[in-house]
Write a protein that binds this ligand. Structure first.
Ligand code: PGA
Length: 303
């Protein structure tokens, strides 16, 4: 039996077993991690993600998703709630009729299971309805996560069938001393270099450029800085994989994104989406950011 057929068979059996356990919708497949409703993967669709961090969304999950359900369908929306809320958010996404929304964890453990108190593996994230994971967020790196751990977590997420959004970004010192590109390049090579021989499908990977000094500070990078850095990220992704993947992997910006600045940030040519912290905690605010992103794409497509 060809290698692909074996892989497909294992996938089908795994899905059936998990479905019997009531853990996943049997209709969902790995293709769904692109958080796209229908049709083949389209890298020009913006990927707009909410990182709730260690917060419940302000108004509660039900009203939040009732608001978000009306968001423009031209955008792939992705929610990273605290892990304990994953199942509740995944269920609500289905209930409001937006199974195209991705739901993911803010971190994962590199091991598939074992004696790791307080941690959650890729398989557990999937069992809770998750389709994505965030890896290497700067707040985790500041808490001691190393480049090597980020790399292992990316492998674990991909192996578990999750989409992976990996975060990179420079400190204010690096920016001031002209080390931004060196930092970004080193982080990307350490995170993704190891996957070069078996590159993930473009819809399974996204890179978030988040300058540390813009996270939660209200200080947004300038449009020039955002464009320059996201274009640089894409160049390094091309160096690691190839030009086609660099074109098709979505590079998103994060750091004090709000409804008022989403549109101009999304208008930069190398920005394919946004990772939103504080402004994603309220449904109307996150929806306004999603809709502003959709508008940019609609305008771009006009002849
Ligand atoms: P912020 O957070 O939008 O509150 O700056 C972004 C992030 O940390 O992902």
């Amino acid at each position: 039996m060809a290698e692909l057929e074996v892989a497909d068979l294992i996938e089908a059996v795994t899905r059936r077993v998990l479905a019997q356990l009531g853990q996943v919708d049997p209709g969902r497949s790995h293709g769904d991690v692109s958080a796209q409703a229908t049709g083949p993967y389209d890298p020009t669709r913006p990927l707009v993600a909410a990182n709730w961090k260690m917060n419940a969304c302000a108004e509660g999950i039900v009203p939040y998703l009732a608001d978000l359900a009306a968001a423009d369908t031209a955008v792939d929306l992705l929610l990273f709630p605290p892990a304990v809320l994953l199942r509740a958010v995944a269920d609500e996404v289905i209930r409001v009729g937006r199974p195209d929304f991705g739901v993911g964890s803010q971190d994962l453990h590199p091991q598939p299971n074992g004696a790791h108190t307080g941690e959650h593996s890729g398989a557990l994230i999937r069992a809770a309805g998750g389709t994505w994971t965030l890896v290497g967020h700067s707040e985790r790196r500041q808490a001691g996560e190393t480049d090597a751990q980020v790399c292992r977590k990316i492998h674990a997420g991909l192996d578990a069938g999750l989409g992976v959004m990996v975060c990179v970004g420079e400190s204010i010192e690096a920016r001031r001393t002209g080390a931004t590109f060196r930092v970004l390049r080193n982080q990307l090579l350490a995170a993704l270099g190891d996957t070069a021989l078996q590159p993930p499908a473009p819809q399974r990977l996204a890179v978030a450029y988040e300058p540390l000094w813009a996270i939660g500070t209200g200080e947004v990078a300038t449009l020039d800085q955002i464009q320059e850095a996201t274009a640089f990220v894409r160049r390094v992704v091309a160096e690691i994989y190839d030009f086609a993947r660099a074109r098709d992997i979505r590079v998103v910006y994060g750091g004090s994104v709000k409804p008022g600045n989403a549109r101009e940030i999304m208008s930069e040519p190398d920005v394919n989406g946004l990772l939103v912290g504080g402004a994603s905690l309220k449904g109307p605010s996150f929806r306004a950011i999603a809709d502003a992103s959709a508008l940019v794409v609609a305008t771009r497509r006009q002849p």
